[in-house]
Design a protein around this ligand. Structure first.
Ligand SMILES: C[S@@+](CC[C@H](N)C(=O)[O-])C[C@H]1O[C@@H](n2cnc3c(N)ncnc32)[C@H](O)[C@@H]1O
Length: 357
């Protein structure tokens, strides 16, 4: 985050050091660090609590009982100026807005090994937060819905959704990540409406389907009940951030998405990703790991379908549109989106496709 104020105000976590702290320390040389944690004190292993501030951007205003976004809306310029009975300029009356700024406390690690990257917060998660908050403030689309976050990590996006949804499932895999996510739900219980059900559940894209407790012996408290699994059919929204970074994970993720999206209520997926470039020996070139695999699954709605076929020759059932991020205001305070983040809206066109559930 070149020369910027850190996006978060870190403070040491209460006595909740990660259960895997010892093994984490052992392979510290292989650790990676999210840019989001650049403001945190270095050389801290184990958990930390940071406060992420979300604030209503200046171009979203509360007018006449609802939020309105003024960005890219030139209709106001075209509006005729109206005068009241006394000949004064008539301006829209503003009622008191909802709380415009709030903090979410997130327990996370500052660095982690690759298998534990879900203990950190990644930039794509903050873009997805911006998008979800923008929808929540300027529409009622997410009100009362069932939503699922995949690869939720610390669970930030899902917890924001829980402010308006009926039920939210924060899903990931592995006991450390699930326990950390559950701690975050607990830390933010005051922010979450009591009428919303928030579940932290194991959904391992590489495990058998339907998810059972056998997938993770120690994950008993994160296992699905039959009724919860049934409720997945009623989900209309899936969200995922920074889950595209290797080919085999991308394959497993899309296999899971097909199972989820071909079943029950029509679902839309909003997926935020960061293209990370590495030199590939195989390609003898700099490539974004996982990205071209991701694109092989998602047919661009506005591209020629012929150019977007799966390797096996059949047209992909996933149809996506890239969302222009310049149209999404910043709600998360003090982070830099950079140039390599993308946000996709993805639908599953099941017509003519056999279900693999
Ligand atoms: C880079 S992290 C992103 C975490 C969070 N969404 C964020 O952006 O801050 C990738 C996430 O995918 C999860 N993940 C990796 N493999 C998975 C699998 N087989 N099943 C489910 N989740 C997986 C990781 O545990 C981790 O939480």
């Amino acid at each position: 985050m070149e020369g910027e104020t850190p996006p978060i105000q870190p403070s040491p976590a209460p006595e909740t050091a990660s259960s895997s702290e010892e093994s984490e320390q052992e392979d510290e040389n292989d650790h990676v660090m999210s840019e989001i944690h650049l403001g945190c004190p270095p050389k801290i292993s184990g958990s930390f609590v940071s406060h992420f501030t979300f604030s209503l951007p200046p171009d979203v205003e509360y007018i006449e009982g609802k939020y309105e976004y003024e960005g890219f809306d030139d209709s106001k310029l075209r509006q005729e100026v109206s005068l009241d009975d006394d000949g004064d300029l008539a301006l829209p009356r503003r009622k008191k807005p909802l709380k415009d700024t709030f903090d979410v406390a997130i327990q996370h690690n500052i660095t982690s090994s690759i298998p534990k990257v879900g203990l950190q917060v990644w930039r794509a998660e903050l873009v997805l937060c911006d998008f979800v908050l923008h929808k929540m403030y300027t529409s009622s689309e997410f009100n009362g819905i069932v939503a699922v976050e995949l690869g939720a990590g610390t669970g930030l996006v899902g917890m924001l959704l829980a402010r308006v949804a009926k039920s939210v499932y924060l899903t990931d895999h592995g006991i450390d990540i699930l326990e950390n996510c559950a701690s975050n739900v607990h830390l933010n219980s005051a922010l979450l409406p009591s009428k919303t059900s928030v579940y932290v559940r194991e959904l391992d894209w590489k495990a058998s389907w339907p998810p059972t407790q056998d997938n993770c012996a120690s994950c008993e408290s994160f296992a699905w009940s039959r009724s919860e699994f049934e409720e997945l059919k009623k989900a209309s929204l899936l969200v995922a951030a920074d889950v595209i970074y290797s080919d085999d994970l991308t394959d497993a993720l899309f296999h899971t998405l097909e199972r989820l999206m071909s079943n029950g209520l029509k679902k839309v997926l909003y997926l935020a990703l960061e293209k990370r470039y590495n030199f590939s020996i195989n390609d003898l070139n700099v490539v974004a790991n996982g990205y071209s695999r991701f694109r092989s699954y998602v047919r661009d709605e506005i591209d020629d379908a012929e150019n977007n076929e799966l390797q096996n020759g059949s047209a992909s059932a996933f149809v996506g549109t890239r969302i222009d991020l310049t149209e999404i205001p910043h709600y998360a305070v003090n982070y830099n989106r950079g140039h390599d983040l993308e946000l996709w809206k993805i639908k599953y066109m099941k017509e003519g496709k056999s279900s693999i559930v």
